[in-house]
Design a protein around this ligand. Structure first.
Ligand code: PGA
Length: 261
């Protein structure tokens, strides 16, 4: 069966409000064309303040909007946090959780991430669970132990069968920390073994769930084609290259056509 690819742009805090709106206004027609022409799933993840205008702008298109984070609490005295229910009210499709920049700078734990995962499912938002080892863990051969710790909470939630998931995809984005923003990507054979391992772990726990796997970390048009051909890779989580529309367009087109951009 032909793969249908997903491309998530994580704009992090690369842009301010006006820059996001300018980027989208300038490239709107080409973005819509890209999502239609190639039947590519395109998901844009701006920071919180741009979510509402982007949901409106893309409401009649196939392009979906993703939050970069959410609170692990449903309500209460949590100053500065954003509740999942509000994201759902605004029409947000998916939520990034467990990004290494939040694990690292905000001391986010696997337990907090599992609570976010649980809340997203409760409110009908598709989780994009980011996992990935540090350079130190990679060098000491601890990759699978770290990934298993990061995956175990969310896997238990899915496998319990208590959540109404209704065939909605559950994305796992493998993003080795040492690859994010560095221009370095793992070798194809490393990626092949990691994705096969992740696939095996999650499908053993919950064989009938709609698991989808993304690769993230310095994705650019010269590496995306080969990575996209890896058996269990369904798409990309793209940071820096998503701030340049031409680069992003090249990644989408070359992946779908299977030829280097
Ligand atoms: P990068 O970021 O593509 O700039 O490496 C990816 C990410 O952090 O999701």
């Amino acid at each position: 069966m032909e793969k249908r690819y997903t491309f998530v742009i994580n704009w992090k805090m690369f842009f301010d409000f006006n820059e996001v709106i300018d980027f989208v206004s300038k490239n709107l027609d080409r973005m819509i064309e890209l999502s239609n022409l190639f039947d590519a799933e395109i998901i844009l993840s701006p920071s919180f303040l741009e979510i509402y205008p982007l949901v409106k702008i893309f409401s009649k298109t196939k392009i979906k909007i993703c939050a970069q984070n959410c609170s692990d609490h449903i309500k209460g005295p949590f100053t500065g946090q954003v509740c999942v229910k509000s994201l759902s009210t605004l029409g947000v499709y998916s939520g990034l959780i467990g990004h290494s920049e939040i694990r690292r700078y905000k001391s986010e734990t696997n337990e907090m991430i599992a609570r976010k995962f649980d809340l997203l499912l409760d409110f009908g938002i598709t989780p994009i669970l980011c996992i990935g080892e540090s350079e130190k863990d990679n060098k000491s051969g601890d990759v699978f132990r770290v990934l298993e710790d990061q995956l175990s909470g969310p896997i238990k939630i899915v496998a319990s069968g208590e959540k109404k998931i209704n065939g909605r995809p559950i994305y796992v984005a493998y993003e080795p920390e040492w690859s994010i923003g560095t221009g370095v990507t793992p070798s194809l054979s490393q990626l092949e073994s990691v994705f096969a391992w992740i696939n095996n772990l999650v499908r053993r726990a919950s064989p009938n769930s709609n698991w989808k796997f993304l690769y993230g970390g310095s994705v650019n048009p010269s590496v995306s084609v080969e990575i996209s051909k890896i058996r269990f890779v369904n798409g990309f989580l793209i940071g820096r290259a998503g701030t340049n529309f031409e680069e992003f367009e090249k990644i989408v087109k070359s992946t779908i056509l299977g030829v280097d951009g």
